[in-house]
Design a protein around this ligand. Structure first.
Ligand SMILES: [Zn+2]
Length: 285
């Protein structure tokens, strides 16, 4: 697992896009910025990988050469709590992501588990556990062994993915990786991160449930976030004082507990805020 805390953007930074940097060259440019992680966005994918195998493998090689850790954000069109047809299509989408992740040697496919819909939460949750176990079996039968599935804490109360649910999935399903989106937790729980202790509490819970190693090697998303009673509304940059949570508080916990998370910036200033977070943590170590 991670050798140190790592930072990087969710997807290709705007400046890179404007300079028409090809996907394969992104790791080199990130390395030049002093970043060491990248979350490849497969967010609009359907049932088949939308990157060729050769291109994906090349990206993987370039990432390793530039010491950039790859993860993947899976398709938004996944809902493991829907009706049978939705679930079958969602499984295909998740497997398409896992297949391409294996090509590029991304270590985790982060994804949103699904919506409760009209089902009682407990029932929706049980169903989705069963489906996820089936997905992992299929991944194994396809020889996908180095990629983990990363259920992400969700930003809306209508979406499955409370911290407890995500922890339970990680306890019950093999080949999973905890993915904590701190902004989502903040929005889902109406601004829960106000002090360093609020962050510490989450980390202690993770450690209790999944063990020290899992807590140390968390995969994270971080941005500031605007929310309403329905949950997340919009991501904001780190410099906007009106919004939380405050990365310096999480950085304090990372430093105190000697954590080595991969921290992905989902801010509108993808790489620039990743650099800012890295510097905040550096100043505490
Ligand atoms: Zn996400």
């Amino acid at each position: 697992m991670a050798d140190r805390p790592r930072f990087g953007p969710a997807g290709i930074p705007t400046a890179f896009q404007m300079a028409k940097v090809s996907v394969g060259d992104v790791p080199r440019f990130l390395h030049e910025e002093g970043l060491d992680a990248l979350e490849y966005e497969a967010i609009y994918w359907g049932g088949k990988p939308q990157i060729g195998q050769e291109k994906a493998e090349k990206l993987g090689v370039n990432a390793r050469e530039n010491d950039v850790w790859l993860s993947m954000h899976g398709s938004y069109f996944i809902n493991l709590c829907g009706d049978k047809k939705t679930v079958e299509a969602s499984k295909k989408r998740l497997l398409a992501c896992a297949t391409a992740a294996e090509w590029m040697k991304a270590y985790v496919v982060v994804f949103h588990v699904g919506f409760y819909g009209r089902r009682p939460h407990e029932l929706a949750f049980r169903n989705c556990l069963t489906v996820l176990k089936e997905c992992v079996q299929t991944m194994k039968s396809l020889g996908i062994r180095s990629v983990r599935l990363g259920p992400e804490t969700s930003g809306k109360p209508s979406q499955l993915g409370s911290l407890d649910e995500v922890l339970e999935i990680c306890e019950a399903v093999e080949q999973t990786q905890l993915a904590v989106d701190w902004a989502h937790l903040h929005a889902r729980d109406m601004g829960r991160f106000r002090t360093v202790d609020d962050f510490r509490e989450v980390m202690e819970k993770v450690e209790r449930r999944l063990g020290t190693e899992a807590a140390r090697n968390m995969h994270c998303h971080f941005t500031k976030i605007e929310f309403t009673e329905k949950g997340e509304r919009r991501h904001h940059t780190l410099d906007e004082p009106r919004y939380g949570p405050d990365f310096a508080m999480l950085a304090k916990v990372i430093a105190d507990f000697k954590l080595r998370p991969v921290v992905i910036s989902e801010s509108p200033l993808l790489d620039l805020d990743a650099i800012k977070m890295r510097n905040i943590l550096k100043s505490m170590l």
